[in-house]
Design a binder for this molecule. Structure first.
Ligand SMILES: [Mg+2]
Length: 176
């Protein structure tokens, strides 16, 4: 059985994702976390590189949707800026959050990857739904207090993920 807390791939940033390889692997859609994956926590600023990356994602024929536990007002600005749909107050890691995103894109679970910086929401939820899961290093350390508490648990899981990378169970594309 696949370890529910382990991602399929671990990368430094969304910008490092091997889009060509993912497409070959059969991935056609991305469910993207917002805070600390696409932008800094609670910031609406999207870096130029991220805008360019999003365009490349679309040009290559992928669909994308933001799924965030944050509120609508916060999410809508970024989603509109990137020209992609969104699900706000998603309630990750609950299945419903991911089901709604799949529905919005008209995508099937087995062709969809979830991208996020949190093991206990993005990765756990994605694995339970049978999605391909991609963990990224959080953009910034400044974040919601509840998240900071979860990070302490994440550190323990990350240790095991590093072991799994050594054993070849997780595909690491981290530049270290
Ligand atoms: Mg996040």
């Amino acid at each position: 059985m696949k370890e529910y807390l382990y991602p399929d791939v671990y990368v430094e940033s969304i910008l490092d994702l091997p889009l060509g390889k993912l497409y070959q692997y059969g991935i056609r859609a991305f469910i993207m976390d917002l805070d600390n994956t696409v932008t800094e926590w609670n910031s609406c600023e999207v870096r130029d590189e991220v805008v360019a990356w999003m365009q490349e994602v679309k040009d290559r024929g992928f669909k994308a949707c933001i799924a965030s536990n944050n509120g609508r007002e916060r999410v809508v600005a970024v989603a509109e800026g990137l020209g992609i749909p969104f699900v706000s107050k998603a309630g990750k890691p609950r299945r419903r959050a991911f089901q709604r995103a799949l529905q919005v894109m008209g995508s099937a679970a087995d062709e969809t990857a979830v991208i996020g910086d949190q093991i206990f929401t993005d990765i756990l939820g994605g694995n339970r739904m049978g999605l391909f899961t991609i963990l990224v290093v959080p953009i910034n350390k400044r974040e919601f207090i509840g998240t900071r508490v979860m990070r302490k648990f994440e550190i323990m899981v990350l240790r095991n993920i590093r072991k799994a990378i050594k054993q070849g169970d997780v595909n690491s594309l981290l530049n270290d």
